[in-house]
Design a binder for this molecule. Structure first.
Ligand code: 26V
Length: 802
């Protein structure tokens, strides 16, 4: 069908008429997009069926990746790329007068995630399929993804996201595979063959209906599945108020929760977590049973990975099935379960570690709670025999304590592997947050540094750079990203550097055009594009960046001898709707942008852009255009970061603290190709434990800091007088929890070095080339190969390549 453009055109036109019921001349761009999407889905259906048949026939071990978020973005471009049919399609469409880029713009982002955690899950799916590994995603088909952000008068306004408005061309609804999920009700005990058994009775039933999305591997016949569950009313509702029941059930998969909110007490969030788990495990067990009859060897053929603690109820749910439905003893069930589940931790921030009040948990999930209680009791007993008399330690490690169920403790107790997402992150877990658990089960702990799929984040999003790399070192790096290291030999080759510079310039122009179209702002593509895009959070310290820009502004205004290379500071960030402080920082960035961009004294040198509605599809235009990658979190707080890797792969130079994966970026690229500054993780941990930091000293002893701090409250921002007092207070009254003022001096100094390095054009381009050359390690193919070998113990099955 896609072997040559003539046959593609013929089939495309036929499909369009059949699907849309109109002649091509009358079709809209949306019709044309839908037609292309369904044609591709049909095209891969044979491989999809065969992949599933192969997995069934071979009966090899499978991994199921359970995640409350999958931040997929758009799929048309990456599917065309992975299928190797982009050129044929583009040319065929051109003949018909259709611009493929325009069609791509028709696709809504599948924004079923908040940020790093959800995007990591999406990258992992791409790598699993591309490495021909039997791995499937299980998630929730939220009706509304992460909110759309509008900036009105400098403030963030949230609008409900509507990605399903025009349907989703990639999904296949499979009502025949629906699973019933029970909430509320009570536990009944009964006797059978002299044995006491339990069952969940009078539950409120929610029907989980799967929508399957094909996950297409790169240049391979493997097509894996992402199964997204949608909540619907059961056809037999056992209730009088049917309308209310319908609303209640559908609300379970209606909205993605924005993170950074304190979820404690939000019953709907717990419902979502159990819904995902019960539906996924139900369907995994069903298909396993069909094939194998009994579940005795379940853990030998199935491994279930939980992405953070959100799906941790997989542990008691699997126990419930094994005990109540399959009749295993507790010991047998525990042996199977604890050898099936593996767990990744994604944060050390204590406020982000999930805990649920028993008063919420128990009535909603009575049988599951009973099982968690039993797990807790046995776990505490086991600890007691390991640490006799050390009740303080056991109290700290208990799964249930002080009226709370601690989800991370359950995850560690019930899994065979616990991993952090970067070396430094895993070290901090072992040393601090999870020290007692590491002491008790050192064999479970391991580290898997995150990665990103180079297919989306380089080949698809930056075809210009891809072409240059191919022309320079061949195409071997595409299947083996570590081969990007060959570019090192060209990092001092003037003609290569010239071409690299041209690519960057082209990409800056593309972004500049978008900025102009979106916000009517002209930016200078000869200026340094200095970019910070990520969720807005105090620990990520967008504020440090802003205060430094204020300082530059002051210097430029006051000191006529002060010169810098022109800079465009670009921000993109969503703040959680209830996160007061983060929203203030967004307003501050926009207020500063208005001031700076309209000041004719500085606007040649400084420009600030806040890009509205940061999301995957926008990110694909941002990373390729960046010169400087801002990764300035308070050391120890950012578990890994993955944006840092996307920037690096596109030739931006990192300006960062020794935090998360920045540490490994430094190791890979070498210190002459990165700008590192500020407090180290150990310093931060030391201050947190022993005190000794007084932010007001920095305020009083550094004139630059005093000036910018005063400007937050003295009318410098004329229309928003006093609005930034909360920020001022967080830095002074609350003693600057994230060490912004402490790191200010070091940050300003390293920014001077960035400026200087950029002035030496060859030096800068060499740094940029070295970053691309060293980025292969951060391909998620490497990460997934490590998970497959060291945690899941799965291998790639026999497979045909194209
Ligand atoms: C959640 C919450 C909820 C309560 C209030 C504060 C707070 C702060 C952060 C979070 C997010 C936790 C999970 C998460 O998204 N972690 C991110 O995972 C990425 C993939 O591993 C990693 O690159 C990021 O560094 C990490 O923040």
């Amino acid at each position: 069908m896609f072997s040559n453009k003539e046959s593609f055109k013929r089939l495309y036109l036929k499909k369009l008429e059949r699907m849309c019921g109109k002649k091509f001349d009358e079709s809209t761009i949306r019709d044309q997009f839908q037609t292309l999407g369904s044609l591709i889905r049909e095209h891969i259906s044979q491989d999809w069926i065969e992949t599933n048949e192969r997995y069934r026939a071979d009966n090899e071990k499978q991994v199921y990746y359970l995640s409350i978020e999958f931040l997929l973005g758009r799929l048309l471009g990456s599917n065309l790329l992975n299928l190797g049919i982009r050129d044929v399609v583009e040319e065929g469409l051109n003949d018909l007068g259709i611009d493929l880029h325009q069609l791509e713009e028709m696709e809504a982002d599948a924004g079923l995630g908040n940020g790093g955690l959800g995007r990591l899950a999406a990258c992992f799916l791409d790598s699993l399929a591309s490495l021909n590994l039997p791995g499937h995603g299980c998630g929730i088909r939220y009706k509304h993804g992460l909110f759309d952000q509008k900036i009105v008068d400098g403030y963030q306004v949230e609008l409900p996201e509507q990605w399903l408005r025009h349907g989703n061309v990639w999904e296949v609804r499979r009502p025949e595979n629906a699973v019933e999920v029970n909430f509320w009700g009570k536990v009944e005990s009964y006797q059978e063959d002299g044995k006491w058994l339990f069952r969940h009775a009078n539950g409120e039933k929610v029907l989980a209906v799967p929508y399957d999305v094909p996950v297409i591997g790169y240049e391979t016949k493997t097509v894996n599945t992402l199964r997204l569950w949608s909540a619907e009313p059961s056809p037999y509702p056992h209730t009088k108020d049917v309308l209310q029941y319908k609303r209640d059930t559908e609300s379970v998969s209606e909205f993605l929760y924005p993170d950074d909110t304190h979820d404690d007490g939000k019953i709907l969030r717990l419902k979502q977590q159990y819904f995902l788990v019960a539906a996924s495990i139900g369907s995994i067990v069903r298909s396993y049973r069909l094939k194998n009859g009994h579940l005795k060897d379940f853990h030998k053929r199935v491994t279930i990975h939980i992405n953070d603690t959100h799906p941790v109820l997989a542990i008691p749910e699997l126990m419930r099935i094994l005990l109540d439905d399959e009749g295993f003893s507790w010991e047998e069930a525990w042996e199977i379960t604890s050898n099936t589940i593996s767990y990744t931790n994604h944060t050390t921030l204590s406020e982000a570690l999930e805990k649920w009040q028993i008063s919420i948990f128990q009535p909603l999930l009575p049988r599951i709670y009973m099982i968690v209680e039993e797990i807790n009791e046995r776990y505490c007993k086991e600890l007691w025999s390991k640490y006799p008399g050390d009740w303080q330690r056991i109290e700290q490690m208990a799964i249930i304590a002080h009226g709370l169920v601690k989800m991370a403790h359950l995850a560690i107790a019930g899994s065979y592997s616990v991993n952090g997402v970067a070396k430094i992150h895993t070290d901090i877990l072992k040393k601090r947050e999870m020290r007692l658990f590491y002491e008790a089960h050192p064999e479970k702990f391991n580290s898997k540094t995150n990665g990103i799929t180079h297919r989306r984040w380089l080949i698809k999003s930056n075809p210009q750079l891809t072409q240059l790399i191919n022309d320079s070192i061949g195409e071997g790096w595409i299947h083996e990203p570590s081969k990007l290291s060959s570019l090192k030999d060209l990092a001092n080759d003037q003609s290569f550097l010239e071409k690299l510079s041209k690519v960057k310039q082209t990409r800056k122009q593309i972004l500049a055009k978008r900025i102009f179209e979106q916000q009517g702002l002209k930016v200078d593509t000869d200026s340094i594009f200095d970019v910070q895009v990520k969720r807005l959070h105090a620990y990520k310290r967008q504020l440090l960046n802003v205060l430094h820009i204020m300082y530059l502004y002051n210097r430029l205004k006051e000191d006529s001898s002060f010169e810098i290379h022109p800079r465009t500071f670009i921000f993109g960030a969503k703040a959680s709707p209830g996160y007061y402080y983060a929203k203030k920082v967004i307003k501050l960035i926009n207020s500063l942008a208005e001031k700076v961009n309209n000041d004719k004294d500085v606007r040649e040198q400084l420009k600030i852009v806040f890009l509205e509605n940061y999301r995957v599809s926008l990110a694909e235009d941002i990373f390729p255009a960046a010169d400087v990658s801002e990764q300035i979190s308070t050391a120890s707080k950012e578990a890994s970061g993955t944006g840092n890797m996307k920037f690096m792969m596109n030739g931006a130079v990192t300006l960062g603290t020794l935090d998360g994966a920045n540490v490994e970026i430094l190791e890979e690229v070498g210190q002459e190709n990165i700008f590192i500054f500020g407090l180290k993780a150990d310093d931060v941990l030391h201050y947190q434990q022993h005190g000794g930091y007084n932010s007001s000293e920095y305020y009083h002893h550094d004139g630059r800091i005093e000036q910018v701090m005063e400007q937050l409250i003295n009318g410098f921002f004329p229309n928003v007088q006093d609005h930034f007092e909360p920020i001022y207070d967080s830095l002074l009254v609350q003693n600057d929890e994230y060490f912004v003022l402490k790191d200010f001096g070091a940050y300003a100094k390293i920014q001077e070095q960035v400026n200087e390095a950029y002035l030496n054009r060859t030096r800068w381009l060499t740094m940029s080339a070295n970053n691309i050359a060293a980025s292969g390690y951060f391909s998620s193919d490497r990460t997934i190969a490590q998970y497959a070998e060291e945690i899941w113990r799965i291998t790639n099955s026999r497979v045909k390549s194209y």
